[in-house]
Write a protein that binds this ligand. Structure first.
Ligand code: GLA
Length: 736
């Protein structure tokens, strides 16, 4: 009897080891102000038990889960840190769903171990390894926390050692579980020339999904950016708000599932649409990063967190300089030749911008690129238009004192091209079905290494021929239709890998480009703003927001983009899209980003030219504050008849403020009240000067007056915006 008891005791001790480990493991992931807490339960499953303010006593994190009643396991909620499909204690949306080699479609993931370390770039990386107790299948959850930015990057590595391929039907990057009560989601719809249109959704019970299935040009209809207020609506300065995006160049899905207990389950990752991935043994699959911040001081702080993080840790040359430019797209479209272009270089010089950017239409001979129906893919210079080639243009621009940049769209092909004739198998299409075109073009198959070499070659050849080429505008105008790759077919790789391998192919081309040409600025463009993900912004210095350059539309669009991107990334051009708006309004709006012009400079009146020159000089004077400073949104055009934003340098000695009329009605409320400034030093004294004025124009702003920061932030300053002063740019400088 005694020995049986002893045996039972030993067995109990042995069996209780994993359980007690499970009960005891608390994993806090912390930044300055935010903490995510993961904890194992009595079954050794990893749960997300807390997402909120960080605590000063780290020992208290292990109690955070105890004060919530999660009603997990078998009920309506499940706070798993990575929800699985196929075992019966999970009824919520899975983050991962697999079919094992033996056909079994269940997965259970138990906590195995975790590590926390400092990364070379200064973040804290926590990796938690989860293992299936039955199959040799492992998921490493990664959380990279940027302490002073309150930004977290989350992704996973999925691996196995089964004897064959495991099919991943779903493989999300992140799974979060929130216990707040009143969720307001802002997501963004779009279309060509209508990018980043915000939509607010009050999340109640059920599933709300933001997703893209376009393959390329993936943000055309939906943006992967989101803003989620957790406890009722937040404002610029108050409320708890989570903001971020899935950093993936391809199909994405962000799922927001609210349960009966008002808990919110977020699953974010590559869109599983047509994308079952057959994972070989010992071949880790890394998901893209889900990147977010949590602010307890409203949207303004959230934006500054993301903008700072992007500039310091993700964006190519985020701390560097950018080139102002004159572009010829709207000035000439396809209708130009060598002489005409050279005659435009003088305009760039006269305006005082750094560079001339040659847009579409400079290439292809057998099927010349005279409109968008032919020539795409044939990257030889068009001899008829440009007999002396690109090197001549580069030299001629440089002689004029401006740098030279060029447009390419290397991922695409027109059926009417030599490239298509010579390599029909390089094109994504369903051989047995009619081809479907978008802007008369098709997408090249970047899963194919030969195509990757070709795309790399387009850039490499340009730089080899023109070592001083200063800039590339990389366009991408078509989504993927009829998704089928003859390369994958030849290689016996499932077609359902197409979207993932396309994106990886593109990324590997960009890695090669950046290994050889690390810093040359490149603009990411996609038939307007079809691409702006943080993943591509590792390789690009800036992006094109939209082909819509109507300045009134732009005020709203730039406002929306500003939640996620710093001004240094946003290319804004002054064009004739909306000539009814004054040149001043157009320039002032375009100045709130990376300034460019796309006009026939020689057609400007002398007075307009003088004005434009002055605005470029002003821009050069304040661009450092704009590009590298802190941004504050002051007056929301969605709630007022004007918009107002400002940028302040780190020392709080210099700032620039932009205000724009957005409602031309007589009843519009604009200059009736002052605008309260933000981000200044209350104890400093500031001189306020209006800039971007026409010669001889008098400003109602008294340039002699000096205000304290306290006054400007508490009482405010009135830029006096009205229909006669539809845009006002103010320079703010501290005085001794
Ligand atoms: C796209 C871009 C434009 C321009 C044209 C050229 O539409 O968004 O800026 O470059 O292509 O064809």
């Amino acid at each position: 009897m005694k020995s049986i008891n002893l045996l039972t005791t030993i067995l109990l001790i042995l069996f209780s080891i994993p359980f007690s480990i499970g009960q005891n493991v608390t994993i806090p992931i912390e930044t300055e102000n935010v903490a995510t807490v993961l904890k194992t339960d009595e079954n050794n499953r990893l749960k997300m038990v807390y997402f909120g303010k960080s605590l000063s006593d780290g020992n208290e994190y292990n109690q955070t889960g105890d004060v919530f009643n999660f009603r997990s396991e078998g009920a309506a909620s499940n706070n798993n840190a990575y929800a699985v499909a196929g075992i019966d204690n999970n009824f919520v949306e899975p983050a991962i769903a697999v079919i094992h080699v033996d056909g079994n479609n269940s997965l259970d993931l138990l906590y195995d171990s975790h590590t926390t370390s400092k990364t070379a770039d200064g973040a804290i990386l926590t990796t938690v390894t989860l293992k299936d107790p039955v199959y040799p299948f492992v998921v490493d959850l990664h959380y990279k926390a940027w302490k002073d930015k309150d930004v977290i990057e989350q992704w996973n590595v999925i691996r196995h050692t089964e004897k064959g391929n495991v099919i991943l039907n779903k493989y999300a990057s992140a799974n979060l579980y929130l216990n707040n009560k009143d969720y307001h989601l802002t997501s963004y719809n779009g279309a060509w020339a209508k990018e980043m249109q915000p939509v607010e959704t009050h999340l109640r019970q059920g599933m709300h999904t933001i997703e893209s299935r376009l393959g390329t040009r993936e943000h055309l209809l939906t943006s992967p950016n989101f803003m989620l207020s957790l406890d009722g609506k937040s404002t610029e300065t108050s409320g708890t708000v989570m903001m971020g995006q899935l950093a993936w160049t391809g199909n994405f899905a962000l799922q927001f599932e609210t349960d009966v207990n008002k808990n919110l389950h977020i699953v974010a990752g590559i869109n599983p649409y047509q994308s079952a991935y057959h994972l070989k043994p010992n071949t880790p699959f890394e998901t893209p990063r889900f990147i977010y911040t949590l602010s307890f001081e409203g949207k303004g702080k959230g934006s500054r967190n993301l903008q700072d993080w992007l500039r310091e840790h993700n964006l190519l040359d985020g701390q560097g300089e950018r080139l102002t430019l004159l572009n010829n797209w709207e000035a000439t479209y396809f209708d130009f030749d060598q002489d005409k272009l050279v005659s435009l270089f003088g305009g760039a010089k006269e305006l005082g911008v750094d560079m001339f950017l040659l847009d579409d239409g400079w290439f292809a001979n057998k099927y010349p690129r005279n409109d968008d129906t032919a020539g795409l893919g044939d990257w030889d210079v068009n001899k008829k238009k440009l007999p002396d080639g690109v090197p001549f243009l580069v030299r001629a621009a440089e002689k004029e004192g401006v740098k030279f940049g060029i447009w390419i769209e290397p991922e695409m092909v027109n059926p009417e091209s030599e490239l298509y004739e010579n390599h029909p198998d390089w094109v994504i299409k369903q051989e047995q079905r009619p081809e479907i075109y978008f802007r008369s073009q098709l997408v090249l198959d970047l899963t194919n290494p030969e195509v990757q070499d070709f795309v790399f070659g387009v850039v490499d050849d340009l730089f080899t021929e023109n070592p001083t080429l200063a800039f590339i505008k990389w366009d991408c105008n078509a989504p993927i239709f009829n998704g089928h790759s003859s390369y994958l077919e030849r290689e016996n790789i499932p077609q359902s890998h197409l979207y993932v391998e396309y994106s990886r192919g593109l990324q590997s081309v960009l890695e090669r480009i950046r290994a050889k040409y690390p810093k040359v600025p490149m603009m990411l463009c996609s038939g307007g703003g079809g691409r702006s993900d943080y993943n591509l912004l590792k390789y690009f210095t800036e992006f094109w927001l939209s082909d819509n350059t109507d300045p009134l539309e732009r005020v709203f669009m730039q406002w929306n983009y500003s939640y996620y991107y710093p001004a240094i990334t946003m290319c804004n051009h002054v064009t004739n899209w909306s000539k009814d708006k004054s040149l001043k309004y157009r320039v002032d709006v375009a100045s709130m980003g990376k300034l460019g012009f796309d006009i026939r400079a020689n057609e400007l009146s002398e007075r307009d030219m003088k004005f434009a020159q002055q605005t470029v000089a002003n821009y050069n004077d304040y661009k450092d504050v704009l590009w590298h400073g802190d941004m504050y949104r002051l007056v929301d055009p969605y709630e007022n008849d004007m918009a107002s934003l400002m940028y302040v340098n780190e020392q709080k000695t210099e700032a620039v403020m932009f205000s724009y009329l957005t409602n031309w009605r007589y009843l519009a409320e604009t200059s009736t009240r002052p605008v309260k400034l933000k981000g200044l030093d209350k104890d400093k004294r500031y001189r306020v000067t209006e800039i971007n004025l026409y010669e001889g124009e008098r400003s109602p702003v008294d340039h002699q007056k000096v205000y304290s920061g306290e006054f400007l932030m508490n009482v405010g300053f009135n830029p006096m915006v009205d229909s006669y002063r539809a845009s006002v740019v103010i320079k703010i400088e501290s005085v001794q």
